[in-house]
Design a binder for this molecule. Structure first.
Ligand code: NAD
Length: 365
C-alpha cells in the first residue's frame, strides 16, 4: 500500500488517492507542522509527501527519506521552499501546480492594482465610519484612473502574460521586462489586438506594448506589477531577491504604484516602507511578505502609510475552483495529486522527464 503524508489538508482531491487504496495521513492543524514532524513522517517510510509553500524541504528531509521517499508534490507554482539542489542530489522528483492558478493570480493582481489606485479601502472606510458628510468634486480625496495609463510587467512568464491580457482590456500601455524569457509572439498578438480595438472604435486612444530594460520600465510606468519567482543570489543568473530595493524604488515615479503578488523577499520591505513614508512612490499593494504571516512589528503596518499600502494575506490564488478542484486542468489540488500519482504509479512509462508536473527533470537525464 502506498503511503502519503500531506502537511496540510488540500481538500476533496485527496479522495482520489484514498479511492486508489493509498493510506493518506493529513496533518490535522491549519498551521504548518514543524520541520521535525515532516522529517519524522518522511523517516517512517512514506512514498509521497504533499507540501505547501510553508514547508522547508531541504537535505534533512531528503536524508530522512533516503531509499523510500519517491516524490514531493508541492501545492503551489512557486517552489522556493524546496531546495532544488538537494532534491536533485537525492534524486527525488518534485512537482508543482503551474498554469491552473495563472488567471486567478493575475486577476487578483489586477484587482489589487485597481483597489489601490481608486482608493477603495479609504473610500469604504469613509462610508462605514460615517465620515461621508457630502458629495464633493474632489474632497476628501481622489483616486487615479487605471484606463489609459502605463504599466510595467516585471516577469513575462505565465502570470505576467495573463496580467498583460487583463491590462490590455483596460486600454493600458504595457512595458515588459524579463531578462530570461521574452515571448515576442505573444506581445505581437497583443499589439495586433490593441490596433484592431482602436481601428474598430472599441478603444479611443491607440495603445502599445513593448519589451524594455528594467530601468526604463521603472522610470516610465504608472504601475509596476511583479510576476517573478523568488531566486536568491547564486541560484541563477537573474536573481530576484530584493529586486525592489532602496536604489530601484527610487527609479519609480513619485506618482507610481507597486503591486507584488510574486514572493515577499523580491521586495525589500524596509526600503518600501521608507519610500511610502517619504512619498517617493504613490502606493503599494502586497499579497506576499518577507516573513509570513506579516509580523505585528512590520514597518508596513505603520499607520502613517496605511492609506497608501494595501496588505493582503497571500491570497492571489485563493479562488474556490483554483484552490480546490480535483480536476488537474482546473485546480491546484487536482494537479498536485495527479503529479504525485504520475510518479508513484509510473505513468508516462515511468519516465520522470516526460511527466508534465515534475519540475526538476534535469536530475533524471
Ligand atoms: P513563470 O516561471 O512562468 O514566470 C516567471 C518569469 O519571471 C519567467 O519568465 C522568468 O524568466 C522571469 N524572471 C526570472 N528572473 C527575473 C528577473 N530577475 N527579472 C524579471 N523577470 C525574471 O512563473 P509564474 O507561473 O508566472 O509564477 C510567478 C511567481 O508568482 C511564482 O514563482 C510564485 O512565486 C508567484 N505566485 C504567487 C501567487 C500568490 O498567491 N501570491 C500565486 C501564484 C504564483
Amino acid at each position: 500500500m502506498k503511503r502519503v503524508f500531506a502537511t496540510c489538508d488540500i481538500g476533496p482531491a485527496l479522495d482520489m488517492l484514498r479511492e486508489r487504496g493509498y493510506a493518506v495521513d493529513v496533518y490535522p492543524s491549519p498551521e504548518p507542522p514543524a520541520q521535525s514532524l515532516i522529517i519524522e513522517k518522511v523517516g517512517s517510510g512514506i512514498d509521497g509527501l504533499i507540501t505547501t509553500l510553508r514547508d522547508k524541504i531541504d537535505a534533512a528531509v531528503f536524508e530522512a527519506g533516503k531509499g523510500t521517499l519517491k516524490v514531493v508534490a508541492q501545492y503551489a507554482v512557486g517552489f522556493d521552499n524546496i531546495n532544488r539542489a538537494d532534491a536533485n542530489r537525492y534524486k527525488v522528483p518534485f512537482t508543482n501546480t503551474a498554469d491552473v492558478l495563472t488567471e486567478a493570480t493575475a486577476e487578483f493582481a489586477f484587482f489589487m492594482l485597481g483597489s489601490l489606485a481608486r482608493k477603495l479601502w479609504s473610500a469604504e472606510h469613509l462610508t462605514r465610519e460615517n465620515k461621508w458628510g457630502f458629495w464633493h468634486p474632489y474632497l476628501p480625496f481622489l483616486g487615479d484612473e487605471v484606463t489609459g495609463k502605463t504599466i510595467a510587467i516585471i516577469g513575462t512568464g505565465r502570470i505576467g502574460l495573463a496580467m498583460i491580457k487583463k491590462c490590455a482590456g483596460f486600454d493600458m500601455n504595457i512595458l515588459c521586462y524579463d531578462p530570461a524569457y521574452q515571448n515576442h509572439e505573444f506581445i505581437k498578438s497583443i499589439q495586433e489586438t490593441m490596433d484592431l480595438r482602436h481601428a474598430r472604435g472599441i478603444q479611443k486612444e491607440k495603445t502599445w506594448i513593448k519589451y524594455v530594460p528594467f530601468e526604463e520600465a521603472l522610470h516610465e510606468a504608472d504601475f509596476v506589477s511583479v510576476h517573478v519567482p523568488l531566486i536568491r543570489e547564486g541560484e541563477s543568473a537573474t536573481p530576484t531577491f530584493h529586486l525592489f530595493n532602496e536604489r530601484t524604488l527610487r527609479m519609480m515615479k513619485p506618482t507610481a504604484f507597486l503591486v507584488n503578488t510574486s514572493r515577499g523577499p523580491v521586495v525589500d520591505e524596509g526600503a518600501l516602507a521608507r519610500a511610502l513614508k517619504e512619498n517617493r512612490i504613490a502606493g503599494a499593494a502586497l499579497d506576499v511578505y518577507e516573513k509570513e504571516p506579516l509580523p505585528v512589528d512590520s514597518p508596513l503596518r505603520d499607520p502613517a502609510i496605511e492609506d497608501l499600502c494595501r496588505l493582503l494575506p497571500h491570497f492571489a490564488s485563493a479562488g474556490k475552483i483554483t484552490r480546490l478542484s480535483s480536476d488537474p486542468d482546473k485546480g491546484m489540488a487536482g494537479r498536485c495529486v495527479q503529479g504525485l500519482i504520475d510518479v508513484l504509479e509510473g505513468n508516462y512509462g515511468g519516465d520522470v522527464k516526460k511527466m508534465p508536473y515534475v519540475v526538476n527533470k534535469e536530475a533524471f537525464s
